[in-house]
Design a protein around this ligand. Structure first.
Ligand code: ASP
Ligand code: MG
Length: 422
């Protein structure tokens, strides 16, 4: 007998039939002698619809109320799923995030979980009940409902698994696991048997929509082994964990993020403290700045480009306007037709030449690179949005991802020296 946390995503509970199927699967797990805590997302596209609704009423809704609205989606799912289980004769109890003892910080719409008091869940488990928790939400220090950012139910599941010391944390999805690239874009994309936390972390924050990055961070921190599996067919999925042979693979996966916007500020005074001021203000508005490039300055002024999620563009504009007198009052140039394409693999830590291979492959296909950024285990480029899918396909082939364990095309390992090699 094991203690299992199962998380079902929105498309797995999209309608009545889906709910019934999920209820049967949960009951099967329970009947096999396990204790089960379930975390659910909002049904289908509910969250998108709620966001749309809010913006129809008010283009810039207050985040406190937005959170109240969005959190209701998951509350509906948890109640309905519990009812489906009751209908099957099972004893299940639904809880909102706050009822489940999930506490967050103050950042509405992207709150972090700071504490879990799982007593109520544990009491219910002891009574033999299945506990269904509404994902994506908790109670903040002001006793208001806060949501955890898009995809946040994953984080609820992982955090709960850590808090109740679950034996397993299964993330059930409408895909069969984590793929080398988006299978809708790359026909020969492969399901991975396993992936390292760090790789998953990069892929998740780079626009692969499989898991929320915060969930992976949490899993890594508390060594929660995640199993990404299909909610439709019962077969092995992808294990997210740490194993030591993982650096054998050079590039594990490719992600494309088409929801970034590039902002260029020109004519910024070239003085100490300018970048500090700018990014302090953006951080203060909790805007997720991603890539940053500053050019060489000329005649006392400089240009600076950075990317932000498209969903934060309104907030970014507002922030820039408020500080325009400091950073030069030229209108920022906004380019929404970009995509960020990234290759990821822990093997890059100890192998060289990856960047060159990536850039050469793109060049061969006449794909121009607008921005580049790297970390120890990833390389990202910003390109035109219309080239994104092609770029992913080209790179998938270049790094041999369509073939199992053949991702080191002609590259020799270099000695590790602690520094980045590319
Ligand atoms: N319903 C929320 C979303 O769509 C949270 C989640 O699904 O995990 O982002
Ligand atoms: Mg959803």
């Amino acid at each position: 007998m094991a203690l299992i946390v199962q998380k079902y995503g929105g498309s797995s509970v999209a309608d009545v039939e889906c709910m019934q199927r999920v209820a049967r699967r949960i009951l099967k797990t329970k009947k096999a002698g396990n204790d089960v805590v379930v975390v659910v997302s909002a049904m289908g596209d509910t969250t998108d619809e709620l966001v749309e609704l809010a913006h129809k009423i008010n283009p810039d809704p207050r985040e406190r109320e937005l959170d109240m609205l969005l959190a209701s989606g998951e509350q509906i799912s948890s109640a309905v799923l519990a009812m489906a289980l009751h209908q099957l004769g099972a004893d299940a109890v639904a809880m909102s995030g706050p009822q489940a003892g999930i506490f967050t910080d103050l950042f509405h719409t992207k709150a972090k979980i700071v504490e879990i008091r799982p007593q109520r869940i544990l009491d219910q488990l002891r009574k033999g009940r299945i506990v269904i928790v509404a994902g994506f939400q908790g109670l903040n220090p002001e006793e208001d409902i806060a949501t955890l950012g898009r995809g946040g139910s994953d984080t609820t599941a992982v955090a709960l698994a850590a808090a109740i010391k679950a034996d397993r944390c299964q993330i059930l999805k409408d895909v069969e696991g984590v793929y080398t690239a988006n299978p809708r874009v790359v026909e020969r994309a492969r399901k991975l048997d396993e992936i390292a936390y760090d790789e998953m972390l990069e892929l998740a924050s780079l626009g692969s929509e499989v898991l929320q990055s915060r969930a992976v961070e949490f899993a890594k921190k508390y060594s929660v082994v995640l199993e990404v599996v299909s909610s439709f067919v019962e077969k092995p999925g992808t294990l997210v964990r740490e194993v030591d042979h993982m650096e054998d693979i050079l590039v594990r996966g490719i992600a494309a993020d088409k929801n970034q916007v590039k902002i260029t500020l020109s004519g910024i005074p070239d003085q100490p403290g300018m970048a500090a001021k700018l990014f302090h203000e953006l951080a203060g508005a909790s805007i997720n700045v991603d890539m940053i490039i500053q050019n060489v300055s000329a005649q006392g002024v400089t240009d600076l480009s950075f990317t932000v999620p498209a969903s934060e563009l309104t907030k970014t504009r507002k922030t820039l306007k408020a500080i325009s007198s400091h950073v030069g009052d030229r209108e920022p140039d906004i380019d929404a037709d970009i995509a960020k394409v990234s290759i990821v693999g822990v093997g890059m830590r100890s192998h060289s030449g990856v960047a060159h291979q990536m850039f050469a492959a793109l060049a061969k296909h006449k794909i121009n690179i607008g921005m580049i950024s790297t970390s120890e285990i990833k390389i990202s480029v910003v390109i035109r949005k219309e080239h994104a899918d092609d770029a992913v396909r080209v790179l998938h082939q270049t790094f041999g991802l369509d073939k199992k364990s053949a991702t080191r095309p002609g590259k020799k390992p270099v000695k590790k020296s602690g520094s980045k090699k590319r």
